[in-house]
Design a protein around this ligand. Structure first.
Ligand code: ADE
Length: 248
């Protein structure tokens, strides 16, 4: 997987690239390339943003700056890009990232992630240079960098070689192996602490029954999540923390 990230803060990703599962994915043949929007700015003083037409607070990432950065990286007119590779603008209003979308992205040979700042992008960037707009949730971050890291993290850990044990990615929350449900609870030593005992079945060594127990717990969690995942829990006086079933 070839991952390119266009950002005003490439140095933010130094720490990210050093994390073990990311480093493993990179060692296994993936690449993470950072492109500085400021470095590619064709404007004086390395300007990257401007005031919004029509007025309003905040600054908007300029179309010509993003165009110059994309052109420098791919050596073609960026309007050609969306038909050749996924170019993803990160913005709060985009398609919300979930496991199905992560699988879709992980199957791509290349991804380009474009991080906005300030009030966001000139809309023509999205219209003409991007194939997708992705959000990591319905809240506003100060920019797309953390969202890009979330996308890279979720995608890279799906690739062969990123995780120590390949089973971790197969049987995890929301995977097909768990019928899209959250993962079952895990326990480790000590088997008892302050009277809190690990479920007896997990100590039995009976693999088929353990498997069945785990499926049941996973399904239960899925049912609970569908109760608590109302569109806006708490806003109508119901579905808030107090109405939730107790945590397992
Ligand atoms: N940029 C700002 N907020 C964002 C969000 N929630 N998701 C993706 N990109 C963003």
């Amino acid at each position: 997987m070839e991952l390119d990230v266009l950002t005003l803060f490439p140095e933010w990703f130094d720490w990210f690239a050093r994390q073990r599962h990311v480093a493993n994915a990179l060692a296994a043949g993936s690449s993470l390339q950072l492109l500085s929007l400021r470095e590619h700015s064709p404007l004086s003083g390395a300007q990257v943003d401007d005031m919004p037409f029509g007025g309003g607070a905040g600054m908007v990432l300029r179309l010509d700056v993003v165009e110059a950065a994309l052109r420098a990286r791919y050596r073609i007119d960026p309007v050609e890009l969306p038909s050749r590779r996924r170019v993803i603008a990160l913005a709060p209003g985009g398609r919300v990232l979930d496991d199905a979308l992560v699988d879709e992205l992980a199957a791509e040979p290349t991804l380009t992630l474009l991080c906005g700042r300030y009030e966001g992008f000139d809309e023509r960037i999205v219209e003409h240079f991007c194939s997708d707009v992705i959000s990591i949730g319905r809240y506003v971050l100060s920019g797309g960098e953390l969202a890009a890291m979330v996308v890279c993290d979720a995608v890279l850990r799906k690739l062969p070689g990123a995780l120590g044990d390949e089973r971790s990615a197969v049987e995890e929350s929301f995977s097909a192996a768990l019928e899209g449900n959250p993962e079952y609870p895990h326990y480790t030593r000590p088997a008892e602490h302050r009277g809190w005992r690990v479920p007896e079945i997990l100590l039995s060594g009976h693999h088929a029954r353990i498997e069945q127990w785990r499926r049941e717990r996973s399904r239960e969690r899925g049912e609970r999540a569908s109760i608590t995942e109302r569109p806006n829990p708490g806003a109508d006086g119901t579905g808030g923390a107090r109405d939730r079933p107790p945590r397992q």
